[in-house]
Design a protein around this ligand. Structure first.
Ligand code: HEM
Length: 208
């Protein structure tokens, strides 16, 4: 007997998400190679130091554009609600699987929402600071003090976003049944009912 499946992502959303994911990994690897000699060996992935330096900013622009469209689609569902804050207070219970009388969660839980806003802010900062430090095209138009500040902002935003993505990948694997949301576009009704009951009530019925 086949289990009921609920649509969570369209094919456009999934294609966009995986373009973002591939770009992010290439950017993290080439960025670390440019950041410190200890990571320089990673530059081999993009064909050496010169190619890493040339390609890194262009891949960054592709990621920012893809992420912009992806984030626009998810924007309204990531607003933090009173139910989310209550849910956050009960995090200890949730970890111990005591899920009785929890406020009902919509399409995303508060952890996913924090991740979303962390990425929105850090990717915006990476894009802006990236343009300021993009030699030789844009940097000459900015005062040196701003260029120095942009280098710092770029490194801090990259560190935060890499950390956020490590947590994101870990959570996606940890919460069994999530990965298929981004590979097949569907989740099981049981998954939706357990992890996102308010969203299940909203879209679950009659949705196969
Ligand atoms: C290769 C690593 C990645 C894996 C395995 C992965 C997996 C997933 C999965 C399974 C979902 C669906 C979760 C759900 O609907 O409950 C998702 C959603 C999402 N992903 Fe990824 N992802 C990866 C990389 C990225 C990257 C690099 C970004 C952004 C820079 C990103 C941003 C998002 C966002 C904003 C969502 C929607 C909300 C959320 O679950 O937080 N992902 N991802």
């Amino acid at each position: 007997m086949s289990e009921q499946m609920i649509k969570r992502y369209s094919s456009n959303e999934r294609a966009n998400h995986w373009i973002i994911a591939i770009c992010f990994i290439l950017l993290a690897i080439s960025g670390l190679a440019l950041f410190h000699p200890a990571f320089f060996f990673l530059s081999s992935l993009l064909g050496g130091g010169t190619w890493s330096r040339i390609l890194h900013p262009f891949i960054g622009v592709v990621l920012a554009v893809s992420f912009f469209f992806f984030a626009m689609g998810l924007w309204s569902q990531n607003k933090v609600t009173a139910a989310d804050k209550e849910w956050q207070k009960r995090l200890g219970d949730i970890i111990c699987n005591k899920t009785q009388n929890l406020p009902e969660i919509g399409k995303y839980n508060i952890g996913q929402k924090y991740l979303f806003w962390t990425l929105v802010i850090s990717i915006a900062l990476l894009l802006i600071s990236g343009f300021v430090i993009w030699q030789p095209w844009f940097t000459p138009y900015f005062p040196v003090v701003l260029v120095r500040l942009a280098v710092l902002v770029h490194a801090v935003a990259a560190f935060v976003s890499i950390l956020a993505i490590i947590i994101h990948i870990y959570s996606a694997i940890w919460v069994k049944g999530s990965i298929r949301a981004m590979t097949r576009g569907t989740v099981s009704a049981a998954w939706a009912k357990h992890h996102h009951p308010a969203w299940y009530k909203e879209v679950g019925k009659g949705n196969r």
